[in-house]
Design a protein around this ligand. Structure first.
Ligand SMILES: [Fe+2]
Length: 227
């Protein structure tokens, strides 16, 4: 579950990309893909609105363009600057339009298996979005075209699927492991799967998803991470 409230909000936040240059690759991957998840989830959230759309879309474009360079060459200050702006834009977007299914399902994996937040998001991103797609092809298609994975001649379904392909590629570039690759024991995962599924839905985030999400849907998606 989340902790929130005014006492947790800093009086001042300094966003200086120079501070991120020494971040190791694993942190660059986790935070970069967390920002991508924020941007995509807020853009496709039930609470999306024109002001959050503008920053979410901008963040998605920057992340697809600059995260591979920031990951491979951490001292590239242009890539670090673009990722810092993107992370800020995506934060503005989620604070006003909320996250959806991916974050709802990601937190229980972190709580039970201590996977860093951005990594568990990345593990879930493609599977969760492929579940949500058929309720929301036009929105996902806009993202697919905005990053250049699809073009105007692709129909919305095709453009949405090309977005998922681009997400898969970006996760591969950032060397995102599977649950098994991370070292999680399959039996231990399945032992807590029912509780994780209930907790995911209870967190409230999945209710912001454009498609209705049941506890059984969440169970199916968790199981699919092992296929
Ligand atoms: Fe997040």
């Amino acid at each position: 579950m989340l902790l929130g409230g005014a006492t947790l909000i800093p009086d001042l936040a300094i966003i200086d990309p120079k501070f991120t240059v020494s971040a190791p690759k694993s942190i660059t991957a986790a935070t970069g893909l967390d920002a991508l998840t924020h941007a995509i989830e807020s853009y496709t959230s039930k609470k999306a609105q024109p002001l959050t759309d503008a920053v979410a879309l901008s963040a998605v474009k920057r992340i697809f363009k600059y995260l591979p360079t920031a990951y491979k060459n951490g001292t590239d200050l242009t890539a670090r600057s673009e990722m810092s702006i993107a992370a800020f834009e995506a934060g503005v977007a989620i604070n006003n339009a909320s996250v959806t299914l991916v974050h709802g399902m990601s937190r229980p994996i972190g709580a039970n298996f201590h996977v860093p937040h951005g990594i568990s998001n990345a593990m879930l991103l493609e599977k969760c979005l492929s579940f949500v797609l058929d309720g929301n092809y036009p929105r996902f298609a806009e993202l697919g075209r905005a990053i250049g994975a699809a073009n105007s001649s692709d129909d919305d379904k095709t453009a949405s699927e090309k977005l998922l392909g681009a997400i898969r590629e970006l996760c591969a570039v950032c060397e995102i492991p599977t649950l098994a690759g991370y070292g999680i024991d399959r039996e231990k995962f399945f032992a807590v799967l029912d509780k994780m599924s209930e907790d995911a839905v209870k967190s409230g985030s999945p209710a912001n998803t454009v498609k209705a999400v049941s506890v059984d849907d969440v169970k199916i998606i968790y199981r699919s991470l092992w296929e």
